[in-house]
Design a protein around this ligand. Structure first.
Ligand SMILES: *Cc1c(COP(=O)(O)O)cnc(C)c1O
Length: 409
């Protein structure tokens, strides 16, 4: 029986399947198809009588190494990877749902996940119901009727709201629902949704797993029976398959995932503490700070606060959205080291203004409901020296402060 290795070991060695050449690194099988010894072997392969790769839309040795590594890391029975994180979310939901079904989701979802629930599912006669993820009474009410699936994200993008995964899973299972957790912000290292009762975990591998801004990828993890009988036919026949090259890049990215995430969490915690002391900052959201509204749940459910910090830049009279946005843009444009970008989980620190980019399309009412203001910044904290990051943020906040002082004269 194989030894039960710890996550840092699985990240480097999990799923490694060497060829007869004995290569050190994971081999890259950049091939779309496979050949058979003879027609009989092809027939036996298609009858599932022998194990043989058929076509890279169905499976590929490099892709399989990534799937095995992710399953070992997550403690899942099975994993299928996809071309993007959104392909993973789409496949996980659409392989399972049918007309007449009902899905309950936390309101604070990644923009495209929100679109699938609010716009795509209803086209197929699937009802999508949103609740405030932090409010267990709303979950209880919504799950008092038979429900096929629950979709939640914790911590959420961009306000870092927490959902009590264990409590929601208990309510969901009583309603007959499968619980799908988008665990991107926590990464497989900081939060273990299966241990809390989730049935399916989805990832964008684009974020921390690659973590170096190179490729897109996604993953769906779950029980063997559900993956084989429900997810696999959907993926094989609709084709959101991951390129073997991208799988190989993500495999190599995973080798340093723990080193990067641990350091990025340390940097993020220090950055959050720095921001909280600044007069130009109205509020800081970081799950492991004692002033986070769900600090107790965060520390119970996660092993560190994560790599993202969200905060509001003060500007002009409170309630004047234009001056809030002006101050926020002045801050972002004064950053010298941190880049303005809507990606996250990268080794480079990236700042986003959700109201005008990632959450522009959800509209002002929904933004207000989610707590996304015109002064809100989402900062994905990277691997630079934290002293340089703090210096950069100080320079940019000084620029906001100076402009406010001029305006007051
Ligand atoms: C990025 C992201 C996705 C989508 O992943 P892509 O790889 O960009 O398709 C889904 N959920 C969350 C929380 C994300 O951050």
């Amino acid at each position: 029986m194989p030894r039960n290795f710890r996550p840092a070991t699985q990240l480097v060695r999990g799923g490694l399947n060497r060829t007869h050449h004995g290569e050190t690194a994971e081999a890259l099988f950049l091939t779309s198809g496979f050949v058979y010894d003879d027609a009989e072997q092809a027939e036996a392969t298609f009858k599932n009588e022998v194990q043989h790769y058929q076509y890279s839309r169905f499976g590929n040795p490099t892709v399989a190494m990534l799937e095995d590594r992710l399953a070992l890391l997550e403690g899942a029975e099975a994993c299928k990877v996809t071309a993007t994180g959104m392909a993973a979310v789409h496949a996980a939901l659409l392989c399972h749902l049918k007309t007449g079904d009902r899905l309950v989701a936390s309101r604070a979802l990644f923009g495209s996940c929100h679109w699938i629930v609010s716009t795509l599912l209803p086209r197929y006669g699937i009802e999508g119901v949103f609740v405030d993820g932090a409010d267990l009474d709303q979950w209880r009410e919504a799950l008092s009727r038979p429900t096929a699936m629950v979709l939640l994200e914790s911590p959420s993008n961009p306000m870092l709201d927490m959902v009590d995964i264990a409590a929601v899973s208990t309510l969901a299972h009583a309603a007959g629902a499968l619980v799908v957790v988008d665990n991107v912000f926590a990464t497989p290292l900081l939060q273990k949704p299966f241990a809390l009762g989730a049935d399916v975990v989805v990832y964008s591998c684009t974020k921390h797993m690659d973590g170096q801004g190179r490729v897109l990828g996604g993953a769906v993890l779950g029980r063997r029976k559900w993956v084989d009988e429900t997810l696999l036919p959907f993926i094989r026949n609709t084709g959101p398959s991951l390129s073997p090259f991208n799988a190989w890049v993500i495999l190599k990215g995973l080798e340093t995932l723990k080193l990067r995430v641990d350091q990025m969490c340390r940097n993020a915690a220090a950055v959050a503490d720095f921001l909280a002391e600044r007069a130009e900052v109205a509020r800081v959201l970081y799950p492991f700070r004692a002033d986070h509204p769900q600090h107790r749940l965060a520390t119970a459910q996660m092993s560190a606060g994560g790599t993202l910090v969200t905060f509001d830049v003060k500007g002009g009279p409170a309630g004047d959205p234009r001056s809030q946005k002006d101050a926020c843009f002045r801050f972002m444009n004064a950053l010298e080291l941190v880049d303005v970008s809507n990606n996250l989980g990268d080794s480079k620190s990236l700042a986003t203004h959700p109201a005008t980019t990632t959450h522009m399309r959800v509209g002002p009412e929904e933004r207000a409901r989610l707590g996304i203001g015109d002064g809100t910044v989402r900062l994905s904290v990277g691997l630079e020296d934290v002293a340089d990051l703090i210096e950069d943020l100080a320079i940019a906040l000084d620029a906001v402060g100076a402009a406010e002082a001029r305006a007051a004269e």
